[in-house]
Design a protein around this ligand. Structure first.
Ligand code: SF4
Ligand code: SF4
Length: 168
């Protein structure tokens, strides 16, 4: 996995223009069964990829925290939300709460998340490859393929399956 993660940013850069063209066409004319296809590709990829061997999202990017996330996690620590914010979060350029630093404080040396049951919604949903109307998050996905080897593979499988003409 270390070697895969090392190569990933370069591989993503090489595919960037092709991916951009693919998503542009996909957005214009998404196949009717895209949600179904994405579910299938997502499940097949995560049968092969073990996030516990990777944790690259937790190590390099981290999630944004919604108010509901902050309240839930602060409650887990029996803290006031404001105290949790001061200890762990900052506001980024998009005005969202994000981690003060990465790797995420809640990531263990064994790649387990110490707040797994109450982790942010963004962590539960990352890399968003099983969400409905996947074509709507192409900008985010273009970035995620450089961080997440599973997302990279899913986009490659998508291109092979859906085709650049948006057919299925
Ligand atoms: S979601 Fe992607 S980046 Fe995060 S641990 Fe799993 S494979 Fe790695
Ligand atoms: S909260 Fe847990 S899942 Fe989310 S980035 Fe931190 S360690 Fe990873």
């Amino acid at each position: 996995m270390d070697e895969i993660l090392k190569q990933l940013p370069k591989k993503a850069r090489e595919k960037h223009a092709e991916n951009k063209r693919f998503f542009k066409k996909l957005k214009r004319k998404p196949p009717k069964n895209l949600d179904y296809v994405m579910q299938e590709l997502h499940e097949a990829e995560f049968e092969r990829t073990d996030c516990l061997e990777c944790a690259n999202c937790c190590k390099t990017t981290g999630p944004l925290f919604t108010n509901a996330d902050i309240e839930r996690i602060a409650k887990h620590f029996r803290q006031k939300p404001q105290v949790f914010i001061e200890q762990h979060l900052r506001i980024d350029e998009d005005n969202d709460y994000v981690l003060q630093r990465v790797p995420c404080t809640f990531l263990g040396a064994d790649n387990y998340c110490s707040i797994y049951d109450v982790r942010p919604k963004a962590c539960r949903e990352f890399p968003h490859t099983d969400r409905k109307r996947f074509q709507q998050i192409s900008q985010l996905t273009l970035k995620n393929v450089a961080v997440c080897p599973a997302a990279f593979n899913i986009v490659e499988a998508m291109k092979a399956r859906v085709g650049s003409g948006g057919k299925q």
